[in-house]
Design a binder for this molecule. Sequence first.
Ligand SMILES: [Cu+2]
Length: 443
Amino acid sequence: MAYFAEFHREPTVKPKVLLAMPQSPAPVVRLSVAFLRFLLVPFFGILLSTNTRAQGLPDPPSQETTIEFVVGDNGGVSPRKGTAWKVHYARGLHKGLYITGAWFKRDLSEDWIKVLHDARIADLFVPYHHSSFTRFFDLTGFSFPLAEVKEEDAGANGTIMPPFTGDAYPTVIREVRDRGVVWKDYSNGVRRGREMVLWAGLEAGNYMYLMQYGFLDDGTITFRVGATGQNLPGSRKEAHMHDAHWRIDIDLVDGKKNDAMIMTHSEAITGLAADDVEEPFNSGLEGGIEWDPKKFTMIRVRSNKKNANGKNISYDLMPIRQGTARHKEAFTHNDLWVTKSHAERPLEMLFANLPTIIRDHEVVEGTDIVLWYTSSSHHEPRDEDGKGNTGRRLWFWDDGWEGSALVMWSGFDLRPRNLFDRTPFYPYAPTPAARPVSSNARQ
Ligand SMILES: [Cu+2]
């Protein structure tokens, strides 16, 4: 309970100032923080996080970035010129890198369509499960800052975005990537897709979380978190779960009039037929459900705006999963949750509070809804994570660990459904061509 009571206290000192480290001897200081985190949190974690948080400052304002994906040479002769995204992003205390608005253009000649109001990782829960049984809340339990990014972070396709107001260094990379073939057929060739990706690293003591949001030319949004860095001092070989708990306040077209639906597929192995059912999520009320791999469970957010074919413009939350994490904590007992948005209530921004948030069973039809989703990476330490006894010993019982665990990703996609009225970027003719009359046609 103390955890919740402390969480929504307004910060008064920016965490970056508090925890930003000089470049040298940063590794020593950072690993010391990591060790303190390991040593103190099981017993004094709440005290530690409260002391740092009490000195926080308000989060800096959002920044805006846009991108246009033009039809181009292999896009054919469609009258459509291309698509575009406008994205607002920010960094925040207990939020890391998060999205504060996203708008899409189906065609460069059309107006923006709102898709996201606010999208973020609400928490990073890391329970260790062999010996120490340490349980970290790496977002809400600490005041971890975003890491500085440099040219080598950006790579060939990336740009270093300007630092947020008041920050001493940049923390966000914007990449424009080729994402492979998006359609190919026998009559009109092939098209390669593109995406704009925004990412930053959260310095979680010994660990580093890559927080990444991708905005695709076809209107899809990808949400990914990657876990990398040094395994936990004192528990280098202890297996654990990296649970990313996402909170997506989607405002599709008219964010106050969205419906939450559930999609399931059911097929009995005794017959040939299968059922594919779309129905109101949890009978139209707030709640949480389990993801069923045999049912291909999806959540659909439906707006009351229709495309040119008269179908409701919707987005599907499509899980991408290696497995399903279950722990003692009640907020891990479901995979997909839907609630009515109450951004004005700090306790309704907390993933760990979800079992309480849904108790009043508010309606999630024709209203402002929030999707919550858990994606997990199971980290079984392996020798590729690094090795001990060869690095510099930072304190007298330090194990001299060297190396960095290779990044493991988890996440999901938000994919449009009936946003377009036909295949995006396909070279349709501008108008239906009249069938030519053959001179040899039979009379
Ligand atoms: Cu790990």
